[in-house]
Design a protein around this ligand. Structure first.
Ligand code: FAD
Length: 427
């Protein structure tokens, strides 16, 4: 079979071209071709492992600038994974390195507390490189979709529904209107509302925050010098993340551009999202401060309801959960996708080793090792981001004083500061 991307566009009728219903046999079938599932598919196929991936949505519309306004801060470890998966070099837009991070505490419209934390990547050592690279969600989708279509060991089915039957000795994935795929392992990468996780009866703990993440891009008068700002405000953190100016949408040709991730209580977020551009820009400036000069929102605004969640198990018979299907955290530290990439790194390593050793990549002992390696790490990050949000989204005078002193203490304690920096780099 030559053509590996099996697209079924609306209106084409739910049938694949001739031969498309013939049964297939692969090692791994992934359900969900988002950033996590897509990267895992590329990583496995690059290692020569026969893989299939199914997404219920058509893939190319997700590349449109209006589909997802997020930009991810990708840490060094996940960057290496994207390189090994052959995705990094295919990113169509330049990535923007984060060289410094400034953390401050404050109130809307007032100057930030003079007690702040400044992390400079160079303090960790030359070899450590930047804290991370800003990558637009859209750019990642473009690279993934192009790469998935070109990999000989990967079969892509989208848009298509998958019906999964799992038994102790293997699994079968029936692609609606397409083939039935026999495989050793099914991977649920369908995001937070994972039907495969629910069908397996895996319970989930959810922690709603009553906050909304407002995401947009701003052009500003002065350069950002690759500094990211995290400004903790009583109703939630406000982050400015440096972006490269590109010729394409949504930035237009503005020379100095940043992404904004602004957490606000739900009620206030609705008001902010309804403001006209001039008033919206004023509200951003009240939170950002004046160090970047005048700011102007560019492109549209996106909003995401914020909640943390954790699946009680990451595995079941012939099934593993990855990415947001397994865990979701507060975007306060920009680590959600990085955790998903670490799941991919561990699971791909275990599958590749099992196949190389001629053993079963979906065997219970492989899955138990995956869960053991990933669940505690994800739980620790969930707890840390949750604690940070609760500590900083609090306007009590005592708590404010304690955290300002904490910020100042970390700033003065070099080993502690280096530890935080290495953590942020994913080291
Ligand atoms: C405001 C905000 C800012 C963020 N910023 C950052 C950041 O800076 N850095 C970072 O690391 N993370 C960040 N995150 C988190 C990040 O966006 C998520 O962790 C990431 O999108 C998860 O990817 P995923 O592939 O697991 O799931 P998703 O992106 O949800 O993709 C799931 C895929 O599965 C498909 N699908 C769904 N159901 C089915 C089905 N039944 N059958 C087949 N396919 C299906 C969907 O079409 C989709 O393609 C942020 C999140 C928010 C809300």
């Amino acid at each position: 079979m030559k053509r590996r991307m099996h697209a079924l566009e609306p209106g084409a009728g739910r049938a694949y071209p001739g031969g498309m219903t013939e049964p297939r046999d692969v090692m791994v079938c992934i359900v969900g071709a988002g950033p996590v599932g897509g990267t895992l598919a590329c990583r496995l196929a690059m290692a020569g492992i026969e893989t299939a991936i199914v997404d219920r949505a058509p893939l190319s519309p997700m590349e449109h600038p209006a589909f997802d306004g997020r930009a991810y801060a990708v840490a060094a470890g996940p960057r290496r994974l994207l390189e090994a998966a052959g995705v990094w070099e295919k990113l169509p837009e330049p990535t923007c390195p984060i060289l410094d991070i400034r953390v401050t505490d404050g109130r809307v419209g007032r100057a930030a507390s003079p007690l702040h934390l400044h992390f400079a990547a160079r303090e960790v050592g030359e070899a450590a490189g930047p804290f991370g690279w800003m990558v637009e969600a859209r750019s990642l989708r473009v690279a993934l979709n192009a790469h998935m279509a070109a990999l000989p060991a990967l079969q892509v089915f989208a848009p298509a529904e998958a019906h999964v039957e799992r038994r102790a000795d293997g699994a079968a994935v029936r692609v609606a209107g397409g083939p039935t795929i026999a495989c050793r392992l099914v991977i649920a990468a369908e995001g937070r509302r994972s039907p495969l996780r629910d069908d397996a009866g895996i319970p989930v703990t959810r922690l709603p925050y009553g906050q909304t993440g407002i995401v947009c891009a701003v052009a500003h008068e002065k350069p950002h010098h690759n500094v990211a700002l995290e400004h903790f405000l009583p109703s939630g953190p406000f982050a400015q993340l440096p972006m490269c100016a590109t010729s394409g949408a949504p930035h237009g040709s503005a020379p100095h551009v940043s992404a904004i991730v602004w957490t606000e209580r739900d009620r206030l977020a609705r008001i902010m999202l309804g403001l006209d551009d001039a008033r919206f820009a004023r509200e951003i400036a009240r939170r950002l401060g004046d160090h970047l000069g005048a700011v102007r929102p560019i492109g549209r605004r996106w909003s995401y309801p914020l909640a943390a969640m954790l699946a009680h198990r990451y595995i079941d018979t012939r099934l593993a959960l990855v990415g947001d299907a397994a865990h979701g955290i507060h975007p306060i530290a920009g680590q959600g996708l990085n955790l998903g990439f670490r799941d991919v790194e561990v699971l791909a390593g275990l599958v590749i080793d099992a196949v190389a050793a001629g053993t079963d990549p979906g065997a219970p002992e492989v899955l138990v090792r995956y869960q053991r390696q990933r669940r505690p790490d994800n739980l620790a990050m969930l707890a840390a981001t949750d604690a940070l949000d609760r500590l900083f989204s609090n306007d009590s005078g005592v708590v404010r004083l304690a955290r300002d002193l904490g910020i100042a203490a970390v700033h003065r304690t070099a080993p502690l500061k280096r530890m935080f920096m290495r953590q942020a780099m994913g080291a």
